[in-house]
Design a protein around this ligand. Structure first.
Ligand code: KG4
Ligand code: ZN
Length: 352
């Protein structure tokens, strides 16, 4: 028997790279049979961001019930699982370790292969899940709480980094600006909501690197510009008016417009530079309606096909671990001494 040939029919995917504990069961046709996500937002809300120690402890408590629930909802037994995929990089060390330890234990006990999933590549693979045919090759943009990256996606297992953020990720900027405006965590959805009642042209915020050919991003200058517009420049003689609700909406709308301009502009540039005719967009910020609409306009204008991750697979989830099937079918297994890698690297070592 070729060990790369799936004999048992189902993939169990685990995800615990940040503050969601998630498990999914996926069949070989990439059909998601269950997708269970336990969010920890309520634990981190009062800190305005994810506290790594709290996150890893919560993963420990939740990982087994989440796996049980994913199997139950899929109506699949552990014995039917043929491989375990787990996000091993990048992410928070303690959080990643919980998922990896659970995955290794299951792989060992069930005697099935372990598959090491790159969390960022999985965000892009979320675009494949609902598509009728292969979405590769393509330009891929991942915009999440931890990352803003552009890739040349040559195949489902070959991703070349074209550019990334030099400071804050786009989602992180949404979260920090929300905090300045007194909106609750996670900030992205709240900014989107209040921005609907605001004027996107009220504040001329910077669009960093937009007119440069490099495919990198920077959002810290924009974040500081919003802070000064909201709270004033320390020590300055003239201070802004108080933050009433209209001003909050205008600041949110103007901030969102600046981020969206840059993200859409960089996708456009990456398409031109690579000559690719498909654009994939994934990650938490891809849930943003204003961003989705602007992407659609750009794609129609450039006549490229656009595949945005379905909304339920934008923020962290294990269904996007369906990319594990691509590794499984190619025999790209992870050894049992695989470790987590917190930083952004492209590859884990594999054995065939
Ligand atoms: O992909 P994700 O769940 O986590 C990481 O891998 O980092 O992304 C979470 C990020 C948060 O920063 C959140 O504020 C942002 O995605 N986000 C949004 C929206 N929904 C979530 N940002 C803008 N608009 C949204 N609707
Ligand atoms: Zn993520």
């Amino acid at each position: 028997m070729n060990s790369a040939e799936p004999q048992r029919r189902f993939l169990l995917a685990l995800e615990s790279s940040c503050d969601e504990t998630a498990a999914a069961v996926i069949d070989q046709q990439r059909q998601v049979l269950s997708n269970v996500v336990a969010t920890q937002h309520e634990l981190h809300e009062r800190f305005g961001g994810v506290v790594p120690e709290i996150a890893s402890r919560a993963h420990v408590e939740r990982i087994l019930p989440v796996i049980d629930e994913a199997l139950r909802q899929a109506n699949v037994k552990l014995d039917d699982i043929g491989a375990i995929a787990v996000a091993t990089h990048p992410g928070l060390v303690g959080s990643l370790l919980v998922g990896l330890t659970a995955a290794k234990t299951l792989a060992l006990v069930l005697d099935v292969p372990l598959l090491a999933v790159n969390h960022i590549e999985a965000h892009l693979y979320a675009c494949q899940i609902a598509a009728q045919s292969s979405v590769f090759p393509a330009v891929g943009m991942v915009v999440s709480g931890g990352h803003s990256n552009l890739y040349d996606c040559r195949s489902p297992v070959e991703f070349d980094l074209l550019g990334s953020t030099t400071d804050d990720a786009a989602g992180e900027a949404f979260d920090k600006v929300a905090q300045v405006l007194g909106l609750e965590y996670p900030g992205g959805p709240r900014i989107e909501e209040v921005a609907r009642s605001g004027n996107p042209q009220a504040f001329p915020f910077p669009r960093t690197f937009l007119n440069e050919s490099r495919l990198d991003f920077s959002f810290s200058g924009l974040k500081t510009a919003v802070l000064y517009a909201a709270k004033g420049i320390p020590g300055a003689r003239v201070q802004p008016p108080p933050l009433d609700s209209q001003r909050i909406c205008d600041l949110a709308a103007s901030f969102q417009a600046a981020v969206v301009d840059v993200l859409v502009g960089k996708c456009d540039q990456a398409l031109r530079k690579t000559g690719r005719t498909t654009l994939l967009v994934g990650g938490g910020v891809a849930a943003n309606s204003c961003f989705r609409q602007r992407l659609e306009e750009m794609a129609a204008r450039r006549r490229v096909s656009l595949v945005i991750s379905p909304r339920e697979y934008c923020t962290d989830n294990a269904a996007m671990g369906a990319i594990g099937w691509e590794l499984w079918e190619r025999g790209l297994f992870a050894p049992l001494d695989t470790d987590v890698i917190p930083g952004l690297v492209r590859k884990q070592p594999t054995t065939r």
